[in-house]
Design a protein around this ligand. Structure first.
Ligand code: GRF
Length: 201
């Protein structure tokens, strides 16, 4: 079983979807730790409810991003993390963090990348007036939402859409593709060649 660490800043609905999928044995990996940069992140409660090790790592205790990220790496290494899953982790990661886990960090973004990267991807797409948006699971590289794409799910924008209804359907899609992508990684089914991520037998 591969060791999975989840970093989350907020609600943690993706974390919950991953926990539930692991419980149903749909992920052949084990969540060994959940870490948040917010003391009151509901994601930490979700982890504790399942007796998963959970930590608040306080950014205000560190002089800069680099030092914070080094502390994060140390915590992740202490539990022999093999895959780092970003699930609504609202901090930019320093290059040294990314290099500590090459092609071992995944993120989920609420748009069809490379469209609408950065914060508020969903709102950007909605305000742009696109007819199709969705979500993307990708490996993290040194750029902003720019690493190799692992899985995407398209979500049509319907005529009567509000941002709230779109958000619900994008979240539902996220909760489907994130556990799937994580399971593929855990079963060594992902092979990255350049920008392309292949799903191999
Ligand atoms: C998701 O919409 C994800 O795409 C983005 O952050 C949000 C996290 O939501 N990266 P949750 O905390 O998992 O509910």
């Amino acid at each position: 079983m591969k060791h999975i660490a989840v970093l989350a800043s907020g609600q943690g609905t993706n974390l919950q979807a991953i926990i539930d999928a692991a419980d149903r044995k749909e992920i052949s990996g084990k969540i060994v730790v959940v870490i948040s940069d917010h003391a009151d992140a509901f994601a930490l409660k979700r982890a504790k409810n399942k007796q998963i090790e959970a930590h608040f790592l306080d950014p205000s205790l560190y002089d800069d991003r680099e030092r914070y990220d080094l502390a994060l790496v140390a915590k992740l290494r202490a539990v022999e993390t093999e895959l780092v899953v970003l699930a609504g982790f609202m901090r930019l990661l320093s290059p040294s963090f990314v290099e500590a886990f090459p092609l071992r960090i995944m993120n989920i973004h609420p748009s069809l990348l490379p469209a609408f990267p950065g914060t508020d991807g969903m709102k950007q797409a909605f305000n742009y007036g696109v007819k199709v948006t969705g979500c993307t699971v990708h490996f993290v590289d040194r750029g902003l939402d720019s690493g190799p794409v692992i899985l995407q799910e398209a979500v049509p924008v319907i005529q009567q859409e509000t941002l709230a209804t779109l958000e619900q359907r994008i979240h539902a899609a996220e909760h489907r593709i994130y556990p799937t992508a994580i399971d593929l990684f855990c079963r060594d089914k992902l092979k990255v060649v350049g920008r392309r991520c292949y799903i191999v037998d």
